[in-house]
Design a binder for this molecule. Sequence first.
Ligand code: NAD
Ligand code: DAU
Length: 339
Amino acid sequence: MKILVTGGAGFIGSAFVRMLVTQTGHRVVNLDKLTYAGNLENLTSVESSDRYRFVEGDICDARLVEALVAEEQPDAFVHFAAESHVDRSILSPEPVVKTNVFGTFTLLEAARKFKTPRFVHVSTDEVYGSLEAPREATEDYPLNASSPYSASKAGSDLLARSYFVTYKMPVLITRASNNYGPYQFPEKLIPLMIANALDGKRLPVYGDGLQVRDWLYVDDHCRGILAVLDQGRAGEIYNIGGNRSLPNLEVVKKVLALTGRPESLIESVTDRPGHDRRYALSSEKLTRETGWRPEMDFETGLARTIAWYQANSQWVERVCSGAYRDYYQRNYGHRTALR
Ligand code: NAD
Ligand code: DAU
């Protein structure tokens, strides 16, 4: 197949592109705007492959998207491109709504016009909102988004599904839990805590740190998306979870233990507005229909991730340059220590 991947220079998209090029015979066209989160360094291992092409561009640019789809005639879209960070969506919602909603619309329109045989829309468990324990969201659970990010993803999910219902387009939606692994931009919990710990800086934990997330190793996520692409039923939604729910504070303490840094670096700070307390989802449908299940156990995956950040300190230094420091100041500068 020829697969048009959007957002393939980001964290999960680049892992998916590397997987496609090195472990399958598929051809890949990667459309990415190279925002602060897009980094071609993530793709140096595949850039010289004759089954890989990179195109710099915005998914909101209908002319560019149409021309690319007309030229390449892909067999499938796998759509990762998004503004993916909740805290940034709270600080500046506009680019989030533009890319996540309007960008998805632009791609759906191009796929409709050129009758692309498959469209996988990559979404998130955040669309289900916060769940009381021990409840787990199945794919028919109501949407209950809290942040501009999760609301924009819920909007894009509904739009994607409407193209299946209305135009009979072969759209499939995946909803994954919190990913971690190499190449993740250090604005998200795990890479931020690793980078700060390695640097001897304070580790800012929002509120009481008892919020629960389900951790999924990025390669397990990519295998799940590939299973949906190959075997999923058109019009269906598939949850992809890591089956490892942990309170944030426990995750942060594990990072400190594995990096050999003291727990005194932890600083409880002002909470995230609208902070969802607990995400939890069931991936039973994907396992039943495709045999997929998460393989990486959290402690091994975390140790591997920390080792990658230790070995790639120059990558970290480059992405944590001026713009990152500005963001850090905007997001953390006003937060006060809670104790
Ligand atoms: P990321 O922020 O690391 O990467 C996003 C990529 O999209 C970047 O390469 C960026 O340059 C590109 N991009 C952004 N706006 C664009 C635009 N307008 N046009 C073209 N490219 C654009 O994100 P990620 O963490 O890899 O997430 C990828 C997808 O997976 C997102 O759709 C996200 O909602 C979803 N998801 C993420 C997680 C997670 O834990 N990170 C979990 C579940 C689902
Ligand atoms: O659940 C899937 C989602 O996971 C994805 O859709 C999003 O793209 C991804 O960013 C992630 O969203 P979260 O908000 O859960 O991830 P984040 O890493 O930002 O935060 C994880 C938890 O850690 C959350 O409860 C907030 C908390 N946190 C985060 C940061 C960055 C802190 O306590 N301190 C921090 O500095």
